[in-house]
Design a binder for this molecule. Structure first.
Ligand code: N1C
Length: 356
């Protein structure tokens, strides 16, 4: 039985299309897409001083193509794309950069709707490369491999040095306040602040901003939350670089965008959708409620003490007058005669009153 199952498994594996086993080869029409995206970007971002990039798109393509064409991916190194990247001149600071890790689709859905942030894909480099696959081959006519670009993972990957440099340049342009969207339920048990991610290994070390806002998105199986596990490490890395940090679990805006796309997801159920805003927020609410309760209790206690004090004082004063009068009636002092001298002015009225 076991042997039969093993044979079925092996046959199924062997009959699976190579593209599924090995991943994709160079995107068809790579050149046309690259040049088309480039001209479109040149036109649309011409007046945006943060994003605009004055380039000749055909020359840019040639520089890009020469970086990897006719090369075995294992021949590539981190400087392979140097000429290509030297053609980008805009170094203007980006004061609303949004980084991400393990949340590529979500972050792009989010920034498609929300204009408050700039992601790498909003710059010309990211815009040109996003969603495309490319690698070289020294055995094909045009020097490109259309069969398999990703079989060896990060090692011998022609795209890796390009994303490395693009990510590094983007991080260097970030300034002021930056945000990062992380995934607390990443596949393959990876942590939200995954050590091999571009965000952690390339962008964080180059980041020099005053404040880093961490947004932690998750599905129903959150493995991490703000202030736990790898998010503590992120906080420490940021503090070491003198950055202020904030952290929000399941940020409301991001969740709303996610739920527009996946309304049936468990975290989008009507009950959990609204209150599940942010755990940090609800913890803060509880804290504030407790502080208010304690303050009100202390104030009430003080009022009670003051009240008791006032009432006591009132009765003591009243009693002492009464006592004095009482004592006077039975004192052994001789009764006042009309000739007695009334030296105690304070008691004049009392004496008089009693004398009547
Ligand atoms: O390794 P990651 O995430 O942490 O990389 C994301 C990080 C972002 O902050 C971006 O600025 O690095 C930048 N970046 C991209 O913008 C990008 N677009 C598409 C890095 N990689 C990018 N890709 C592809 O996703 C690329 O193929 C790279 O290998 C993955 C990284 O995704 P990740 O592991 O989720």
């Amino acid at each position: 039985m076991f042997v039969l199952a093993a044979i079925v498994f092996i046959v199924t594996l062997l009959s699976t299309p190579t593209s599924l086993v090995h991943g994709a080869g160079t995107s068809p029409y790579l050149k046309d897409m690259f040049i088309g995206r480039c001209w479109q970007y040149e036109t649309l971002q011409a007046n945006n001083h943060v994003l605009t990039e004055k380039v000749n798109c055909r020359e840019l393509w040639t520089a890009f193509y020469k970086s990897f064409a006719f090369k075995d991916p294992c021949e590539m190194d981190k400087d392979s794309y140097e000429n290509f990247f030297n053609m980008f001149k805009n170094k203007n600071k980006i004061t609303n950069a949004l980084f991400w890790s393990g949340a590529g689709e979500l972050v792009h859905d989010f920034t498609f709707i929300n204009d408050d942030y700039i992601v790498l894909e909003d710059t010309l480099t990211g815009n040109l490369l996003n969603g495309l696959t490319w690698c070289g081959s020294n055995t094909t006519a045009d020097g490109l491999n259309y069969k398999d670009c990703e079989s060896s993972g990060d090692i011998c990957n022609a795209m890796y040095p390009a994303w490395f440099q693009a990510s590094a340049n983007f991080a260097l342009r970030a300034s002021g306040e930056a945000t990062v969207l992380l995934n607390a339920s990443r596949s393959r048990n990876r942590s939200a602040y995954y050590s091999k991610s571009f965000f952690r290994s390339v962008e964080m070390p180059r980041l020099k901003v005053d404040q880093l806002n961490v947004l932690v998105a998750t599905n129903a199986n959150a493995r991490e939350r703000c202030g736990t596990q790898s998010l503590i490490e992120l906080d420490m890395d940021a503090k070491m670089k003198n950055m202020r940090t904030t952290c929000v679990d399941q940020p409301k805006l991001v969740l709303r965008v996610f739920c527009l796309k996946f309304p049936k997801a468990s975290q989008c159920a009507p009950v959990s959708f609204l209150p599940q805003d942010s755990t940090r927020e609800s913890e803060e609410t509880i804290l504030w409620r407790t502080i208010c309760f304690i303050l009100i209790a202390v104030a009430a206690f003080l009022l009670l003490i003051i009240g008791i004090y006032i009432i006591r004082k009132y009765f003591i004063t009243k009693n002492s007058n009464f006592k004095y009068l009482h004592n006077w009636s039975f004192s052994k002092k001789p009764m006042l005669s009309n000739d007695d001298e009334l030296t105690d002015n304070n008691n004049i009225n009392v004496y008089r009153f009693e004398a009547r």
